[in-house]
Design a binder for this molecule. Structure first.
Ligand code: SF4
Length: 457
């Protein structure tokens, strides 16, 4: 008679917020899988639901509270973790029945809370964890977190008070994780942290041995080593740097992009351009020569894509400051821009700054910056029509009912997943899969996306 094992307890997970939070969710789930838990795709089948919250903006807190409310209503056995977990009293006041509340990065506490709520089956002897850990992102791209926390104190941000000062991971550990991910099928690595250019500042760029060479915990060394990884079929994965500040040493990674070792893409959250606003924001690497540097970067690597985010309506921002920002954008010609209306975050010093602006002014400036950046983006994308560009497939479509042709949603090197545009492809042919990288001809463009077809041999 076959031995009947009891069913493993099932965990549901709701992951809110930024990619960094998603990485935390993956880590928690990887640990729970190795402890013998299974995942539940819905509330009904879950023995416990984990809600990994975001508490960055008041609107994110609202969303987190809504998600907790939904999980309570649908399942009732809920553990809350993540950034909003630092406000346990707010959560408990609203949902006294939650089983446990733990804060950001308290992996052990959250795993222990799950063990208490729904004990694991002892001696689960099957290795349930896939090679490379459990991932919530599609197999072909992965976030690679290189540090936690931040040494800056931007006046609108509470991340340092939630996550603490910068703590960098060892370079050999980061590279080992990246290598495993690439061996397990990752074709695109997205390097994330709160401040990628500050990597290793806290450890004095602690050098370690990697493949017989000494490498420092430094963005340039990291970028160079990541650029040398290869998949099992000898494909060079795309390597994208996110949350980079324009410190002088950023200039050293641009030649790596020109040489094809790094994806020619920089995500630099400038947030503003007017000196007085940047000063009030207490932004790092806030210096006047950024425009010159951008021009130099483009001279070295003409195809570089620069993505950024901006906050409009910051306290004290005058019409002249805002106009300065619009003129700066005309000059900088950034490829991808996200804009936000300033929103006070509980506990952030910026809330006490004089000169808070009425909502109508924020809204009007927001509309103007969106119009400006959409026009720049549209012109840049138009200029790509007729070019041959490499793309990576995110999803292959169903065959057309009439002629059987298959389309796909892909991205170019200028598009980070989930935040930038797409390249919509027609007639990709049989046998294409998510993660395939190949050349396409760009046939059309709109404000944010491109349209094309594979290059015919
Ligand atoms: S750099 Fe500024 S905005 Fe970014 S996490 Fe640090 S303090 Fe916050």
């Amino acid at each position: 008679m076959a031995t009947k094992f009891p069913d493993a307890p099932k965990i549901g997970m709701v992951s809110l917020g930024c990619p960094k939070n998603l990485v935390d969710s993956e880590r928690i789930l990887t640990k729970l899988r190795s402890d013998g838990y299974q995942m539940s795709p819905d509330y009904a089948g879950a023995d416990v639901v984990l809600v990994n919250t975001c508490g960055f903006l008041d609107s994110a807190k609202e969303e987190s509270l809504e998600a907790i409310g939904e999980a309570m209503a649908e399942n009732g056995r809920v553990i809350v973790t993540g950034c909003m977990g630092d406000e346990a009293d707010v959560i408990r006041a609203k949902f006294p029945q939650v089983l446990a509340v733990t804060g950001a990065h308290q992996y052990e506490q959250v795993v222990n809370a799950v063990h208490d709520a729904s004990p694991p089956i002892p001696n689960a002897f099957v290795d349930l964890v896939p090679e490379g850990g459990l991932k919530l992102t599609p197999r072909h791209y992965s976030y690679l977190k290189i540090s936690e926390g931040c040494n800056h104190r931007c006046s609108f941000c509470i991340i340092p008070s939630i996550r603490g000062d910068l703590v960098s991971r060892r370079i050999d550990a980061v590279l080992r994780e990246a290598e495993k991910l690439v061996q397990a099928g990752t074709k695109e690595l997205l390097v994330i942290s709160q401040d990628t250019s500050a990597y290793g500042v806290d450890t004095r760029h602690d050098p370690r041995l990697w493949k017989g060479r000494e490498v420092r915990a430094h963005m340039t060394d990291l970028a160079r080593e990541l650029g040398q990884l290869r998949t099992a079929d000898d494909v060079a994965p795309w390597v994208r740097l996110h949350y980079v500040y324009p410190y002088p040493h950023v200039d050293h990674v641009i030649p790596l992009m020109a040489d094809g070792l790094l994806t020619p893409y920089l995500d630099i959250p400038f947030q503003h351009a007017a000196p007085s606003v940047l000063k009030a924001m207490k932004r790092p690497a806030n210096e006047a020569k950024v425009l010159d540097r951008i021009h130099k970067w483009r001279a070295i690597c003409p195809d570089i894509t620069i993505r950024s985010t901006f906050v409009v309506g910051f306290p004290g921002e005058t019409e002249a400051d805002f106009q300065y920002l619009l003129d700066w954008l005309d000059e900088a010609q950034l490829d991808r821009v996200g804009a936000f209306r300033f929103e006070p975050v509980e506990g952030a010093p910026a809330n006490a700054l004089p000169g808070a602006l009425p909502e109508e002014v924020k809204e009007e400036r927001y509309q103007r910056i969106m119009e400006k950046t959409a026009a720049i983006s549209a012109a840049k994308l138009q200029a790509k029509i007729g070019r041959v560009l490499p793309v990576i497939i995110d999803e292959v479509g169903e065959p057309d009912e009439e002629d059987g042709s298959v389309g796909a949603t892909a991205r170019s090197q200028a598009d980070a997943p989930e935040i930038d545009g797409n390249v919509f492809l027609r007639d990709v042919g049989e046998g294409r899969r998510a993660g395939d990288i190949f050349d396409v001809v760009i046939e059309d463009a709109d404000e944010h996306d491109l349209y094309g077809a594979p290059v015919q041999d």
